[in-house]
Design a protein around this ligand. Structure first.
Ligand code: MN
Length: 234
């Protein structure tokens, strides 16, 4: 069977003029039967062609989304930002919605999807929400650090098959107000939204954790990549 091409969004290093990603994303997609390709920040026409050559898009982790995109000024606790990457990913999100391409967002990816659809973020969980839960663990990243509760009416629950699920966590920002078209699919014990889905879409999921570190050892993580790649076939 022909393998679907999955477009991955890159980290852009303006200082060195490079794009890059952790290979874990590519390996997880390959393991699930897809062919991962890293998408460069092209002009609008070429970016459109590149996206439409893909069966689906994976929005990867990375630096913070610019708070201006949800109507705020950056706080001192906001991290590094990348307006060029924001611009590229928002264009890709619009294309995905127009063409009904399957979408998976991971870490920064869930945040970008929420902001792109009109939601807001916590710029810094420890200082703004005052949560005592560890959302920013140290390595090893294939180790879980907190639980999430999955919403039973979400496609994530259908994939993972239980209410309580152990995840890793390497974020200091998170979804604050959900975008109008998104629903929460999972929350941490401190109430932080850890996964979202879009009921209008065929496949549109964002997770705040990092399944790409755990697909070999966690059935829930491999089921997530498997379902995403399967959706990208059609
Ligand atoms: Mn977390």
């Amino acid at each position: 069977m022909k393998k679907p091409i999955i477009g991955l969004t890159p980290t852009l290093d303006g200082d060195h003029g490079t794009m890059q990603t952790r290979l874990d994303y590519a390996k997880a997609v390959e393991h699930a039967g897809g062919v991962p390709l890293l998408l460069p920040p092209l002009g609008p026409d070429a970016l459109r062609e590149a996206a439409l050559a893909c069966g689906g898009l994976l929005f990867t982790g990375g630096v913070d989304v610019h708070p201006a995109l949800y109507g705020e000024e950056p706080l001192a606790s906001c991290g590094e930002i990348s307006p060029k990457r924001d611009e590229m990913e928002l264009a890709l999100l619009r294309l995905a919605l127009d063409r009904e391409l399957p979408v998976l967002g991971i870490c920064r990816g869930i945040q970008l999807l929420n902001v792109g659809l009109g939601g807001t973020l916590w710029q810094d969980l420890p200082s703004q929400l005052g949560t005592q839960l560890c959302h920013s663990q140290r390595p090893p990243y294939d180790m879980t650090i907190h639980t999430v509760r999955l919403e039973e009416d979400s496609p994530l629950y259908a994939l993972i098959g239980r209410r309580s699920y152990e995840v890793n966590s390497t974020h200091h920002q998170a979804v604050r107000e959900l975008a109008p078209s998104l629903r929460a699919a999972a929350r941490a014990s401190d109430g932080v939204i850890e996964a979202v889905w879009r009921p209008e879409s065929r496949f549109f999921l964002g997770v705040q954790w990092h399944p790409e570190f755990r697909y070999r050892i966690d059935g829930g993580a491999s089921a997530l990549f498997g379902a995403f790649v399967e959706a990208c076939r059609s």
